[in-house]
Design a protein around this ligand. Structure first.
Ligand code: AMP
Ligand code: ZN
Length: 479
């Protein structure tokens, strides 16, 4: 197996990955701010983190992985007050939607899924530690972090703050500060808004202190890996480092991994451009969860992902091809024995798959190893050269692939149903059905019965029954 190499934003280099404790990885992921449904850009980052987690598990590491839910921030407080709900009541719907979405995209649950509002005492005690080290100062009931006292500020994002003028707004804090660079650890209550009564006064936590306090509570003072989208490197992660390291005197996280953003048809996603999508928007258009997962994971995380509908359709076809091949292996009748060179060919694919993922999670390279073997396997089957002896090895390789990519198992219809998309046939027009029936006829003609059966099953899952007449014609009806 290849040595695992990961790009560390802190050093700006690709480095061998070696955790502090042999066999164990302590990883923290900044989760969603639950004031609305998460969008496909967010899920690009969450799927990247899931692929990382699954690959490390495949390599035998025991994961201690924490993901937080930011369930208190200015938007949540304002929206909850407008809806006359408590913070918990207001965010519950979006927390549940996030969990459901993760399940639908086969994003594994981390060992700890935690909420910011359950950790106010930990945040307060971290602020007290910073107060006793003179890293803070008060202002109109709020408490600020004094960046001038932390000389390493900027080491993660390499940002040069010398040009930031006093009075300029770096973040959304609307309070008086010694320096524009400083940020709020604790925010004074505003009339009519929710606050907590604590030993450091009434108020609510700043966003950055949440992650420092929660990460260190569950993972200790030095984490192995901290992840997020690239927009979080500054100021969020820079501030997490400043807070945590000022309190402990120890490095906060050893490897920082950041995913580049998702664009839609080459443009930044935004509601005003009409190119803003949640998972549910895409499922309502008839796309499958597995296709979206493959689409989000096939571009390596450090490259911008240009999401297009053509790409999503291509991912849908790829999934179909992979599942057909898996079915062909399962149900095909091949002559006994071994095809010459097949065992070595499978071993080479497995090696290349591992080398791709070890290469800073190069998912495109890992997937190419899978697609090449599938193509060659299909050709060998078509030519009648494939032998039964190759079945087990390829099945084992596909199972390994699916432990990381999680797209092979055909559970899309059930997942969509669980999300409330009916029996999923809603997305199938008569023309869609006719097209699938024609595809099935073509498969039968080529004697690819596995593919024909797959299509029959897919239609059945979507509520369409096929009737094969004696004269070879096919009729269909809705259940
Ligand atoms: P938020 O809920 O805004 O805190 O974001 C949750 C995660 O999604 C963070 O890791 C963000 O960096 C990430 N993120 C936000 N927008 C995008 C995008 N367009 N592409 C990829 N990741 C994103
Ligand atoms: Zn965070």
């Amino acid at each position: 197996m290849a040595e695992i190499q990961l790009h560390n934003t802190l050093s700006g280099k690709v480095e061998p990955f070696v955790p502090q404790n042999k066999g164990e990885v302590r990883m923290y992921t900044c989760g969603p701010t639950v004031y609305d449904y998460a969008h496909i850009g967010n899920y690009r980052t969450f799927v990247f983190q899931d692929i990382l987690r699954r690959f490390l598990k495949l390599r035998g590491f025991q994961m201690k992985h924490v993901m937080n839910l930011t369930d208190v921030d200015d938007r949540i407080i304002v929206n909850a007050a407008a809806a006359r709900k408590s913070i918990r009541e207001y965010t519950e719907k979006f927390v549940q939607a996030f969990f459901d979405d993760c399940k639908t995209l086969s994003i594994e649950a981390p060992e700890h899924w935690i909420r910011a509002t359950d950790h106010i005492p930990e945040m307060v005690s971290l602020i007290q530690r910073l107060q006793s080290n003179s890293f803070t100062y008060p202002g109109e009931g709020s408490i600020y972090y004094r960046i001038a006292k932390f000389p390493n500020y900027g080491k993660l994002s390499k940002i040069d703050l010398t040009g930031i003028q006093v009075g300029a707004r770096v973040d959304n804090d609307r309070y008086e500060k010694e320096s524009a660079r400083d940020f709020a650890l604790w925010k004074a209550p505003k009339p009519g808004e929710h606050f907590w009564e604590t030993a450091i006064g009434p108020g609510r936590p700043g966003w950055h202190i949440e992650c420092s306090a929660m990460a260190m509570k569950y993972l200790g003072e030095t984490l192995d890996i901290h992840t997020g989208g690239i927009d979080l490197a500054f100021p969020h992660h820079e501030n997490e480092i400043a807070q945590s390291e000022a309190a402990t005197g120890k490095p906060f996280a050893r490897y920082w991994l950041h995913a580049e953003h998702l664009l839609v048809e080459g443009e930044k996603m935004s509601k005003s451009l009409g190119n803003f999508f949640t998972l549910r928007d895409l499922f309502a258009k008839g796309y499958k969860p597995s296709a979206l997962r493959l689409c989000l994971s096939s571009t390596p995380y450090r490259r911008q992902l240009n999401f297009t509908f053509a790409g999503l359709t291509q991912a849908t076809n790829t999934i179909e091809r992979l599942r057909n091949f898996a079915d062909r292996l399962q149900t095909g009748k091949f002559p006994a024995g071994n095809q010459e060179g097949m065992a070595a060919r499978i071993a080479k694919a497995a090696e290349e798959f591992d080398a791709g993922l070890s290469d800073d999670l190069n998912t495109a390279r890992a997937l190419a190893a899978v697609f090449d073997l599938v193509r060659e396997g299909n050709i060998a089957m078509d030519k009648g050269e494939f032998r039964q002896g190759g079945v087990g090895g390829i099945q084992q390789f596909l199972a390994t692939f699916d432990k990381v990519f999680a797209v092979l198992e055909d559970n899309d219809a059930a997942k969509l149903q669980a999300l409330g998309f009916g029996s999923a046939e809603a997305g199938l027009s008569d023309a869609d059905i006719e097209k699938l029936v024609a595809d099935r006829n073509a498969a039968k003609k080529k004697r690819d019965f596995a593919a024909a059966d797959r299509i029959r099953k897919e239609l059945a899952d979507r509520g369409i029954i096929l009737e094969d007449a004696k004269d070879g014609s096919v009729r269909w009806k809705r259940k």
